[in-house]
Design a binder for this molecule. Structure first.
Ligand code: AMP
Length: 536
C-alpha cells in the first residue's frame, strides 16, 4: 500500500483532516479534544508557542490582539502581522493550523507521513492556490495535491467517473460560499462553471443572529450604551450565538443568557425570527446559484442538473434545503457537510501516484519563480483502478494592461475570462503607441473583484517582481505596429504571456507571479514555524 496521504480541508472557520483506513475508506481523524473539526483560530501564546482550535477560539475574547481567525479570507494578500517581534503572513498563520492538524493526525494514527492534499475553493485564483501550497511548505509538509473543494465533496459521496451525470455543489461553509457545476463523465471530473462569494458564510448568519439577540437584550434590559463595544461581551455573545444557531437547525427555539455590567437577561429566539433575519443572506446564495447555472448553460446548452450536493457546515441549516427546493427543481443529496471535503481529499490523496507527486514540499520552497512547482499536481490520478482526469475552469479573468489613446488612460484588456475551460491558449494583436517606439511594456493582471472590470485598480498585478517586463531594442517602427500576444494558462492555472514583435522577432515570455511571499520571506517563515511548538 502506498504511503498515507492526509486530506486536509483548510477551512475559513473550521478545518478537518482525514486519511484512508485499512479498508480503503476515508476516515476523519479526531483532534486531541475528540472533535471532528478544529476551529481555524490561532492564538500566539509566546514567541515559541501557539495554540490552534477551540482553546484559541475561546481565548479570543481575552486575548483579541494575539488571536487570529478567518485567515483563509486573506490568502493571496500581503497582510503582515507582528507577534512577539516576528512577522506572520496569512501563509504562515495557515501553516500553524496545518502543522497542528498533521501533528495530531500523526499522533492519532501512528503514521509519520507528511504527505498532504489540501483543498481550496474552486474559485480561488492563482495566487490564493499558491499561498495555500506555500502554507503547507512552511509547515514542512509535502503537498502532493491542491484540490477543488466541490470535487472533493463529490468524491466523498462515492461519485465515480464511471457515470455520466451533472452535479450542482452548493457549499456553504463558515466563511465562504462556493457554487460549482460539476460534470462527471467516463474517466473525467470536469468543473463546468464555478462562482461564489469568499466573504459569505456561517459567520454572517452568526452576525445577523448576534444583532437580533443584542437588540432584544438592549430592549428588554433598558441598557443605554452599546454592550457590543465591550470586546469581552462581544466575543462571549459571538460564541453563544453560534451554538444557538446550531440549535435552531434542530429546534424551533433557542435560549441565550446575556450579561453586561451586572445586568442579566435570558433571551429567546425562534427559528422563524432567525430565518427572517437571515433571509437576505440565503437569497444572496440562491442568486449566485442562478448565476452559476446561467454560466454553465451558456457553455453547455441544454445542460441538466441531476442532483445537488449539499456541502459545508452551514448547509445543515434547514433554510438552505428549503430555499433551494423553492427555487430549483433538483433533487438534493446531503453529504457529511463539514467533513465531506476532508474525506474527499483523502480519497484523492490515495490515488495520487508517487510518480505524479512532485515531492516539492521540502527544499523547493525557496525556488525562483520560473522554477516553481506547478499547482495541483496529480491532475490525473488513479481511482478504483481507473485513470481519472480533473479539469477545471479559470476562476478569474486574466489580461494585459493597455493604453487608450483617446481617453489617455490605462485599462485592462482581458485575453482569458473567468469560467473559460482550462487549459487556455489565446492570442491577440496589440499595437505600438507612437512612431520610433523602441520598447513595449507588458503588465499581466488578474481580476481581483467578483466581476471582470477594465479599471486597473480593480485588478491585481501578477507580473513577476524583479523581471524587466519589456521587449526592448525594437527596430524603427511606425505607430500602430503589431505586437502579437499569446496567453497560455495550464490545467493547473499557471499563466504565461508570450509577446513577439514579428518583424524583428524580439520576444518576451512572462510567467505570472503567484506568490505574495518572496523566497527570503518564505525561508524566514519556515524557520519561525519550525521553532514554534504547539501548546497543550
Ligand atoms: P465548515 O466551514 O464547512 O466547517 O462550516 C462551518 C460553519 O458551519 C460554521 O459557521 C458553523 O457554525 C456552521 N455549522 C456547523 N454545524 C451547524 C449546524 N448544525 N447548523 C448551522 N450551522 C452549522
Amino acid at each position: 500500500m502506498s504511503e498515507d496521504v492526509f486530506g486536509i480541508d483548510l477551512g475559513t472557520t473550521y478545518s478537518a483532516i482525514a486519511h484512508m483506513d485499512e479498508y480503503g475508506r476515508p476516515q476523519i481523524i479526531q483532534n486531541r479534544d475528540g472533535q471532528n473539526t478544529t476551529p481555524s483560530v490561532v492564538y500566539f501564546e509566546s514567541a515559541s508557542n501557539f495554540v490552534v482550535g477551540q482553546e484559541a477560539k475561546n481565548g479570543a475574547r481575552v486575548y483579541p490582539d494575539e488571536t487570529v481567525s478567518l485567515i483563509k479570507r486573506e490568502m493571496g494578500e500581503k497582510n503582515e502581522r507582528i507577534f512577539f517581534d516576528q512577522p506572520f503572513y496569512p501563509e504562515t498563520i495557515s501553516s500553524l493550523i496545518l502543522k497542528q492538524l498533521v501533528t495530531e493526525a500523526q499522533e492519532a494514527t501512528g503514521s509519520t507521513s507528511s504527505k498532504v492534499v489540501i483543498t481550496v475553493p474552486a474559485y480561488f485564483g492563482l495566487g490564493e492556490k499558491e499561498s495555500t501550497r506555500q502554507a503547507g511548505q512552511i509547515a514542512g509538509l509535502d503537498v502532493v495535491g491542491i484540490l477543488a473543494e466541490p470535487v472533493a465533496a463529490a468524491l466523498s459521496v462515492g461519485i465515480t467517473s464511471a457515470q455520466d451525470k451533472c452535479y450542482f455543489v452548493y457549499d456553504l461553509g463558515g466563511g465562504t460560499f462556493d457554487c460549482t457545476v460539476l460534470r462527471v463523465t467516463q474517466n473525467a471530473f470536469e468543473v463546468v462553471a464555478t462562482d461564489g462569494n469568499r466573504k459569505l458564510g456561517g459567520a454572517d448568519w452568526d452576525e445577523a443572529l448576534f444583532d437580533l439577540v443584542l437588540s432584544k437584550f438592549v430592549q428588554e434590559s433598558g441598557i443605554d450604551d452599546d454592550p457590543a463595544a465591550d470586546p469581552e461581551f462581544y466575543q462571549g455573545l459571538m460564541n453563544d450565538v453560534e451554538t444557538a444557531k446550531k440549535t435552531l437547525s434542530k429546534k424551533e427555539k433557542a435560549r441565550l443568557r446575556c450579561s453586561y455590567e451586572g445586568v442579566q437577561a435570558v433571551i429567546f429566539v425562534t427559528k422563524e425570527e432567525f430565518e427572517a433575519a437571515t433571509r437576505h443572506l440565503l437569497n444572496e446564495t440562491l442568486d449566485i446559484v442562478q448565476r452559476t447555472l446561467d454560466a454553465a448553460t451558456s457553455k453547455v446548452p441544454g445542460l441538466n442538473i441531476d442532483e445537488v450536493l449539499l456541502v459545508g457546515g452551514s448547509s445543515r441549516m434547514p433554510q438552505v434545503a428549503e430555499g433551494l427546493s423553492s427555487r430549483f427543481p433538483w433533487p438534493l443529496r446531503n453529504t457529511e457537510f463539514d467533513l465531506a471535503v476532508a474525506q474527499g481529499a483523502a480519497i484523492y490523496g490515495s490515488g495520487v501516484q508517487p510518480a505524479v507527486s512532485d515531492g516539492d514540499g521540502g527544499e523547493g520552497s525557496a525556488a525562483p519563480a520560473d522554477d516553481l512547482p506547478m499547482l495541483g499536481s496529480g491532475q490525473e490520478i488513479v481511482l478504483d483502478g481507473r485513470q481519472v482526469t480533473f479539469t477545471n475552469v479559470l476562476s478569474k479573468s486574466v489580461g494585459v494592461r493597455f493604453f487608450n489613446k483617446k481617453t489617455k488612460e490605462h485599462y485592462i484588456g482581458f485575453l482569458a475570462h473567468a469560467q473559460d475551460k482550462l487549459p487556455v491558449h489565446t492570442t491577440m494583436t496589440a499595437f505600438t503607441i507612437e512612431d520610433h517606439q523602441t520598447s513595449v511594456e507588458l503588465q499581466l493582471y488578474e481580476q481581483s473583484g467578483e466581476a471582470e472590470s477594465q479599471e486597473v485598480e480593480h485588478n491585481k498585478r501578477i507580473t513577476p517582481e524583479g523581471v524587466d517586463p519589456r521587449i526592448t531594442g525594437l527596430p524603427d517602427l511606425p505607430e500602430g505596429s503589431p505586437i502579437e500576444l499569446t496567453l497560455s494558462i495550464t490545467n493547473e492555472g499557471l499563466a504565461s504571456l508570450h509577446a513577439v514583435e514579428p518583424t524583428s522577432g524580439h520576444e518576451l515570455t512572462l510567467e505570472a507571479s503567484l506568490s505574495t511571499m518572496q523566497p527570503e520571506e518564505l525561508e524566514q517563515a519556515r524557520g519561525i514555524v519550525s521553532r514554534m511548538d504547539i501548546s497543550i
